[in-house]
Design a protein around this ligand. Sequence first.
Ligand code: NAP
Length: 268
Amino acid sequence: MTSPYGLEGRVAIVTGASRGIGRAVAEALVRAGARVCVTARDAGAVRRTVQELGAAVGLAGTVADPAHLRELTGLALREFGRIDIVVNNAATNQPYGPLMDADPDGWREAFTVNVEAPLRLVQCAWRGWMAEHGGSVVNICTEGAGHVGPQVGAYGTSKAALLHLTRQLAGELAPKVRVNSVSPGLVRTEMARFVWEGAEETLGAGLPLGRLGEPDDIAEAVLWLASDAARWITGADLLVDGGTRVRAAHTSGAQAYAVHDQLRARRP
Ligand SMILES: NC(=O)c1ccc[n+]([C@@H]2O[C@H](COP(=O)([O-])OP(=O)(O)OC[C@H]3O[C@@H](n4cnc5c(N)ncnc54)[C@H](OP(=O)(O)O)[C@@H]3O)[C@@H](O)[C@H]2O)c1
């Protein structure tokens, strides 16, 4: 059956594709007809992912290493002959804790993996294919980059930088390449396990859409943005958060009304 996204013949690179959101994105791309080139650090997990996905090749390594990113794009070009889509999904949420205690190495690692690696991979794809033939990039940011989060200052700051990198690249690479981002709310994956484990029902019930996110919820949005269905969209951030921001706005709105009521009660 032809996919509504028309990705037959297209090739995508997905980082951090061995589990969680990246894995769901790679599966969705293959279902839509694309061939994928995947990476993660654990070689066994990459091997299993390639086998299970089918139309895939993979290379184990860290996105923090520019040489690995060059080899990854080289692999995609050698095996599949093109790179139409790049999904920058791999990330680290370390160092955890107040910024006043953040060690320089951890801070640098957050920016290397979460900001510099996405730029380096797009540079490789641009030079190897996209500058001449065009393409589409989707960066995975986070709903949390929009506000101040306790303990995750380095992560949030790096993801806010990735949001701006998305817009900057969208401006620089148009009209050949569209560059967008998806910002997930809390999704039930390993990375966020320390937040949701044991509190899934309570956290989910607090959201307007009544549950936490699943990797497939994010993958559908990535697939759409990556495809020609989003052909007139670039530099955009798509919030996929079950209404987390709406709830936050509602809460602060309610607080504002409460203050307003108190002030009004004091007026003569
Ligand atoms: N889960 C959430 O609630 C949530 C919310 C907002 C945004 N996000 C974003 O969604 C994206 C995916 O997160 P997730 O929750 O799906 O995480 P996850 O389940 O922990 O999966 C992370 C994936 O990235 C790989 N990875 C990690 N560091 C890497 C590195 N340096 N180089 C190459 N691969 C690396 C991991 O494999 P290896 O360990 O083998 O390398 C794994 O395949 C991230 O950008 C994250 O910031 C997640």
